[in-house]
Design a protein around this ligand. Sequence first.
Ligand code: HEM
Ligand code: HEM
Length: 237
Amino acid sequence: MAIEKEHVKVWDAPVRLFHWALVIAVALAFLSSEEDSALNRWHVMAGWVAGILIVFRLIWGFVGGEHSRFSDFVRPSRVASHIAGLTGGRAEPSLGHNPLGAVSVVVLLALVAATVWTGAFGGEWAEELHETIAWTLLAMVGLHVAAVILMSVLERENLARAMVTGRKNGHRHPDAADARPPTVAGIVIAIAAIAATVLGILRYDPQAFTPRSTEAFEHRGGTVGSSLEENEGVRGD
Ligand code: HEM
Ligand code: HEM
């Protein structure tokens, strides 16, 4: 007979911190995006923070704890049978991301990355694109939250709470073992990647973490692919 535990550990602390920090950074980026918003001078900074978080998550997908790894949940071949199960009224509770949830994870990460990329490196030609991708991201976030609520009802498990505590109900997962935690080497690699990303951002945009309007960012050099060196000549305008 399987030994039932009260709780099963699912999400490691870094992935939980990543998720809620991303929610705050993306929400702030949206709330501050209009040029006449009182929060506008926080837009670029919030966007860069979202970028750092995405780089962390990509690395963590290879070196993180068990259910944070892409190999644990990116399994496109299971999506069809999962949807068939759902439409047949069967919602198999899964410990990590379920196959459909995994698709939305990848889409959300890609959309945040594309929004940050076009905002940071796109220049004037990409303004429309930056905005369009950002609104697509917002629509996906709406779908994501709706899916989390729906799956919480179907699986009779509060998934948002699990993203806070890291644990799921042991009685609903009787045979499940606690997730393998991340290794020390993985944590060191992730910290090094974050540090390298911050340095890279500061080389490209020395005022990345200083409050400044989006207009000031747009005029910091202007041209597509402009680098720090190119910008220096036009500074002081
Ligand atoms: C700007 C808003 C949001 C963004 C960009 C976002 C993005 C993401 C991403 C990328 C993941 C994958 C986690 C990982 O493995 O790295 C995720 C998972 C998750 N998010 Fe969000 N999220 C947002 C808002 C929310 C909100 C408001 C809730 C609360 C209802 C929520 C609840 C969850 C839950 C429960 C999971 C885990 C899903 C599962 O059990 O498979 N998210 N989210
Ligand atoms: C998840 C991150 C981000 C989101 C959700 C986001 C969203 C948006 C939105 C919706 C607008 C249009 C505002 C309007 O209606 O006028 C905008 C504008 C802008 N964003 Fe972002 N942004 C993000 C990241 C960034 C980053 C990383 C940068 C630069 C490093 C940036 C720079 C700008 C600039 C300069 C504008 C004004 C010009 C334009 O419309 O392109 N954004 N952003």
